[in-house]
Every structure is written in structure tokens, then in C-alpha cells.
Design a protein around this ligand. Sequence first.
Ligand SMILES: *Cc1c(COP(=O)(O)O)cnc(C)c1O
Length: 411
Amino acid sequence: MISLAEARGLDATDPLRGFRDRFHLPDDIIYLDGNSLGPLPLAARDAVRATVHGEWGNGLIRSWNDADWIGAPARVGAKLARLIGAAPGEAVVADSTSVDLFKLIVAALRLRPDRPVVLTEVGNFPTDLYVAEGAVRCVTGARLHTVEPEAVEAAIDAETAVVVLTHVHYKTARRRDMKRLTALAHATGALVVWDLSHSVGAIPLDLKDADADFAVGCGYKFLNGGPGAPAFMFAAERLHPSLASPISGWMGHAEPFAFSDAWRPAAGIERLLAGTPPILGLAALEAGVDLMLDADMATIAAKSAQLFDVFKGLMDERLAGRGFTCISPVDAAERGSHIAFSHPNGFAIMQALIARGVIGDYRRPDILRFGLTPLYLSYADVWRAVDLLAEIMASEAWRTEAPEPQGGSVT
Ligand SMILES: *Cc1c(COP(=O)(O)O)cnc(C)c1O
């Protein structure tokens, strides 16, 4: 078991230790929820201020050109492409993950008109299931087929138009083998839409190497783009010419300012855009993406793996027999960047932790989730978090927490 002094020793030689100062983080908080809402990069705060005062306040409508507001979705998309192993013209920022997922599922169905099935898995992120359900209702003859996670591969067949999967599972952190599954789908003629919400900024990604078709991902988690940050879409260049978004808005038009009556899609990835981009949200997201690009993804992944091992090692030693079961894969190559435990009193335990400044989150029915975000989390943070958890369990302080509300809570 690692001591606090040893944890501090790891921090002293951590190649990422300088990044913490680039975030606004309250001193009395250990933040283990960056997988749900990333903290505030100082550069994002400054970028939003500059965008509000200079570009909106003084530049007014001229900023669409002078500050390149109009180019922001593609510009930030091109930066993001570097984080996912895509070409600059293969990613664009727009709307929310839910909306982008809808656009890509319908677009994929239309690329495979002779195949009716959208295949996904039981226990996928709720919005992914709901959106898939809504998308098939918009395409004549299409239907949703939802199978157990282990049954996905065998269920891909000649009826499958598109497989919709989350790359890193939001509860367990289990990582899918993107390359293998994509090859399997392609072998039968199916397409795949990957949801990278818990992958981007968390683990190295290489969509080109995986020969990926489509992907979506979230801007406000590991990318630290701010609450409700716009999401992104990836579409492989080879698919662009035949790609048709179901939301054929003017920002996806070949000439948005020609004001013609008929819709004509833009040549490239911009054809997936719909309406006017949210410039303030894009300003914050761009700062988050820039910050992430300053760090080396392999270094981030290596530290994430070690944070996990330290966390799990301390849990195994200090909380043995206390009812916690680690439900995340122990092999770093098979998971994302959080660690999850099930515990029958998970809700109350997490409330007790949060009340004492250690912020993780709880997912029904019994899961405690802790984000391991190498840019601003230290080994000493992890040590103190487990130390506090050990204290809460030993003193049974969690018993005084209010019971779980029936409606659930947003975190
Ligand atoms: C966070 C997350 C989303 C979020 O979707 P929104 O449209 O931003 O609410 C979607 N899918 C997955 C897998 C996520 O983890």
C-alpha cells in the first residue's frame, strides 16, 4: 500500500504536474467528477470574457467575419480531430451529443436503405437509447434492435444498417475494441456510430486506424468545455459525398448566404451543421481543446492508469470487507478514465464524501463513480479521497445522510 509521502513523491516527478495551475479549482475540494463536468480552465474563463466584451460587445455583427465566428464549428472541429486521430476536415462542432447522434443515425440509415436495423446494447447511455428509438421512427421500415452487451458482435448481420455503441461505458468504464468491432461490422456491410463522450480527452484515440465511419462526443466532460458545451461529430471523408443530414439547416448549405430556396449540402463535413453556432459555448470549448492539445495523450493515459492502480490498491487494502466491489476492468487497455465501485449504500456514502469535499458521483442502482483526470488530479488527491472514504466507513458517518430521492438527481 502506498503512503501519503509516497503519493507526494509520485506527484513531484509527474510530467503533467504543471497543468493543475491552468484550472480554477477550489482549494478545499478534491474533484473526482471531471468525467461528468470538467472544471473551468482559466483560459476558457478568459476566452469567454474576451468573446463577450470584445467580439460581441464591441465587434457586434462584424465579428462573424472579423473574429471568424462563422468558421468556429470547423475550426474547433479541426483541432478536435487531432485528439481523435482524424483528418482536420473530418470533425465539426455543433449542437449537443443527443442531437448529433440523431443526425448521424438517420444519415447512416439512409446510406443503407436496404437494411432496416439499428443495433445497440442494453444499458447504453440513456440518451443514446432514446435517440436511437426516435431516429428509427423517422425512417420508414427502420427498427431498433437492443441486445445484451456480450451479444452485440453475433447480432451484426445482413439486416444491420448501423451499430450504435458507446466506446467507454459511463458506468463501468469498460472500453470497446473499436477497430475490431468496426471491422466486424464492415465485413457484413454495416456502419458504426461510436459515442466517444467518455473517451475523448481521456484515452488515446485513432479513428483513422480503426477505419471508423461516424462518431459523436461530448464537449463538457474530459474536454473541459463548460456546462452544456457543444458536442462534435466525426464522419470519415470517404462518406461525405453521400451523407445527408436529416436536419438540413442553412449552416449545412453549400452557400448559406446565397439565400436560395432549395437546399444544397456543403461539400465537406459542414453539411452536418444545422443552425447558427453557439459562439460563447464554442469559445470555452476551444480553450478546453487547446489545453488538452498541449498535453501528450499517451502521458495522460499512463498517469490515468497509475491513478487507477493507486486508487484500487488503496481501496483493496483499506476498505477490504466494507462491501465495495470494483466493477471497472483492471486491465488499463480495456477501460476509460474512471473507476467505479458498487456498494449497497452507494448513494449515502457518496453524499457523505461530497459533504466533506470529495466530489465523485453516484449512478443507480448502487454505483460510486470517480473520474481520474490526470491534468489536474494528483496522487495525493487520490490518497486523501480514499483516506476520507475509509474514515466515513469506519465511523459509519454515511448513516446520517438523507435517503436517496425517488426522482434521482443530476450529477
Ligand atoms: C454525457 C453523455 C451524453 C450527453 O448527451 P447530451 O446531449 O450532452 O446531454 C451522451 N452520450 C453519452 C455516452 C454520454 O456519456
